[in-house]
Ligand binder design. Structure first.
Ligand code: SAM
Length: 281
């Protein structure tokens, strides 16, 4: 949309305030309005940075009126920055509906990247980073949690979960129940803060450590779980054999496309398997 303003989606620190980028500070100073998940919690960051821009609230339950105000502001040519309480907005934080609407209207949406707990934890986990799946928070109720974990226990790539300190032990025990006690898992706790803690081990080791030192049941937590080592259950031995042979000669995408034609197996699953085979070589 011509002459409209820009919606900036700005990452803020996940603990250490020095992780705020200078570009983010500059844009927050220069936009017309900052839409905050919670104006009170963003105020302390903005005060710390001496940013005086007007703030409005935009959260998960924002209604039509609040969204319309933002849209009207953008249409009038003014720019808005969207921030959440911590990290990257929309990643387990509000903003998706707003960004979708703004983009569908043809108004510019521009990211100002920075801290995000998913990538921070993954980047130091020592677990494979080629492909990964971020599942957000596991369900609160045990039965739902176990069902979700069962759905992913054969997933061949790294899995990432956000976890609440009150549920971390229960979730670890459910991961043990569904994934087995030997699966490798990494816990990143209080990243970039005073008591930051990083532990890599088997699920049983981690349960033991978290049970013995209850400090590990405090603060903000990300769990990074190694992908399943077994070949995908959805592929037969013949498909895997053909894929393995093809991978000696050609790229993963070509090999999975040809193997799909030969075997009739799903191309996407074959591609995931190709990545796993290459990774484990
Ligand atoms: N938008 C944020 C981001 O970019 O990571 C995430 C918001 S989500 C509501 C909050 C969750 O993120 C926490 O419960 C925790 O699982 C994870 N998290 C945020 N900051 C963290 C930190 N410093 N250390 C570990 N986990 C963190």
């Amino acid at each position: 949309m011509e002459n409209s303003g820009i919606l900036y989606v700005i990452s803020t620190p996940i603990g250490n305030l020095a992780d705020m980028t200078s570009r983010a500070i500059n844009i927050l100073n220069n936009v017309d309005i900052i839409a905050c998940e919670d104006t009170r919690s963003s105020r302390s960051l903005l005060n710390h940075l001496d940013i005086k821009t007007k703030c409005i609230s935009y959260h998960e339950h924002s209604d039509y009126k609040e969204t319309e105000l933002i849209l009207e502001t953008l249409r009038s040519g003014a720019s808005i920055a969207l921030i959440s309480d911590a990290g990257t907005p929309l990643i387990c934080d509000p903003g998706f509906k707003l960004v979708r609407t703004v983009r569908n209207l043809g108004i510019n949406v521009i990211p100002v990247p920075g801290a995000c707990a998913v990538t921070a934890a993954l980047s130091v986990s020592g677990l494979s980073t080629d492909s990964f799946l971020f599942k957000g928070f596991l369900p609160r109720k045990k039965l739902d949690r176990i069902k979700t974990l069962k759905d992913f226990c054969d997933y061949p790539f790294t899995l990432i979960f956000y976890e609440s300190p009150h549920r971390v032990l229960k979730s670890l025990k459910d991961i043990e129940l569904t994934f087995g006690s030997k699966r490798r898992i990494f816990m990143a706790r209080e990243m970039t803060k005073l008591f930051e803690t990083y532990i890599l081990g088997s699920v049983e080791d981690l349960i033991d450590i978290v049970e013995r030192d209850t400090n590990n049941q405090k603060g903000e937590i990300v769990l990074v779980v190694e992908g399943c080592e077994k070949k995908s259950k959805m592929l037969g031995d013949a498909s895997t054999k053909i894929l393995t042979l093809l991978l000696e000669e050609i790229s993963s995408s070509k090999a999975s496309a040809i193997a799909a034609k030969i075997t009739g197996a799903n191309k996407k699953i074959l591609y995931q398997e190709a990545i796993r085979i290459k990774r484990d070589k």
